[in-house]
Design a protein around this ligand. Structure first.
Ligand code: NAD
Length: 368
């Protein structure tokens, strides 16, 4: 098992990455489970695969699990589910010192984390991420949110978990498309700040996705370490360091918006193509050697992810896509910061990007 400390000032916690953590849940949580009753929020898919393992582990240690099993999918991050889940926790008389367990992908982690942030002005929670994306990204760092009619993740809070348990065994039941989408967030750490890790991804990414246990542990632990360093440095995304984690997200957000935040394009798939666009745009501006941008694109494509805009069948022009970018929550006093690249492993934040230029670039990419 790999143990990665997240050194948040005053509230440090651990991310534990390894096999067999779910059956060992009670020992892993230790004194955090201070009462018999344990509230667990999950979704139907995860519950069907892993509910019995968690239930058995808790009951064997004398705990009484209380399950809230939500529909799977992005629509669960809603005001309605937030209110209903908070009411459910209040009904269970959860106190501030108690821990709520979030067992699921990023949707369950974001919703449960936000419930914990506002319940009695903040109670504890433990992230038990079950998708690759959640293990390497969303369960670490304390961003919690729901979606509203105005857009995705527009209402939320920074609220750090007390512990993150990333059990690699759970990836065995994750649908392959979700696994590939999560891989985008793994390779992101290489592209944004770690050229040696990008080399590792080129050499080992395929075998890791195919199921090699040691490679999976390395990929998840290395990704978590990278995120932990950034989050400890800039917990509230104020200095710009944490914003680098948004590599590919501004371009990707436009693609997700144009495809209606639907199953047509998963978040990780949008980030993968978004990172290729960020690299190609950086090359077009002369910031990055074009062959490096194409190297990034080749790797993304070789992992079964899209690296070309026309393959999405978007049926729109560059102006429409840039219009979506203007509704991104990263807009800041009329400017939109972009994460661009000087090379593989060398991302930086550019606050001066000319959106007319991006529009022309997107039209070129749509015609590629
Ligand atoms: P998700 O939670 O919808 O999970 C994807 C699908 O896989 C769901 O159908 C789920 O039921 C299923 N699933 C998950 N684990 C499984 C398992 N082990 N076995 C079988 N099925 C399983 O989506 P996601 O990709 O995990 O997360 C996406 C969400 O994360 C988005 O809402 C995004 O905004 C959010 N996010 C948050 C952060 C953050 O820092 N808080 C960062 C990135 C993404």
């Amino acid at each position: 098992m790999a143990v990665i400390p997240v050194d948040i000032a005053g509230r440090p916690y651990e991310v534990r990455v390894g096999a067999g953590l779910l059956p060992d849940l009670v020992a892993q949580c230790g004194a955090r489970l201070r009462k018999a009753a344990v509230p667990i929020v999950t979704d139907v898919n995860v519950h069907a695969q892993w509910g019995a393992v968690v239930d058995t582990a808790l009951r064997a240690a004398g705990h009484e699990p209380h399950w809230r099993i939500l529909p799977a999918g992005e629509q669960t991050k809603s005001w309605q589910e937030l209110a209903a889940t908070v009411d459910w926790l209040l009904g269970l008389e959860v106190e501030r010192g108690d821990h709520v367990l979030a067992l699921g992908g990023g949707v369950i982690g974001d919703l449960t984390g936000f419930c914990a942030a506002i319940l009695k002005r903040g109670c504890n929670f433990i992230q038990i991420p079950t998708s690759l994306l959640a293990q390497v990204d969303s369960s670490v760092g304390g961003k919690t949110a729901i979606n509203t009619a105005a857009g995705k993740n527009l209402v939320g809070a920074f609220h750090q978990p007390s512990l993150v348990l990333a059990d690699l065994d759970v990836l065995g039941t994750l649908p392959e498309r979700e696994l590939r989408a999560g891989y985008a967030e793994v390779v992101k750490y290489g592209l944004l700040g770690d050229a040696a890790f990008f080399d590792w991804c080129e050499q080992n990414g395929a075998a890791m996705l195919a199921g090699d246990a040691a490679l999976r542990e390395y990929a998840v632990a290395h990704s978590v370490s990278a995120k932990a360093r950034v989050v400890a440095d800039d917990e509230f995304e104020r200095t710009g360091t944490r914003a680098l984690l948004n590599l590919g997200h501004t371009f990707g957000h436009a693609l997700e918006a144009q495809t209606g935040f639907s199953d047509r394009l998963l978040h990780g798939e949008a980030v993968a193509l978004g990172m290729v666009l960020a690299a190609r745009y950086s090359a077009r501006k002369g910031l990055m050697p074009p062959e490096e941008a194409e190297r990034a694109a080749r790797h993304i494509e070789s992992m079964g992810l899209q690296a070309r805009l026309p393959s999405l069948g978007l049926n729109c022009d560059g102006r429409v896509l840039v219009g979506h970018m203007l509704h991104d929550k990263k807009m800041d006093a009329g400017t939109l910061p972009f994460v661009l690249m000087r090379g593989i492993g060398q991302a930086f934040l550019d606050r001066q990007v000319d959106l007319a230029d991006v529009t022309v670039f997107m039209d070129e990419e749509l015609a590629r």
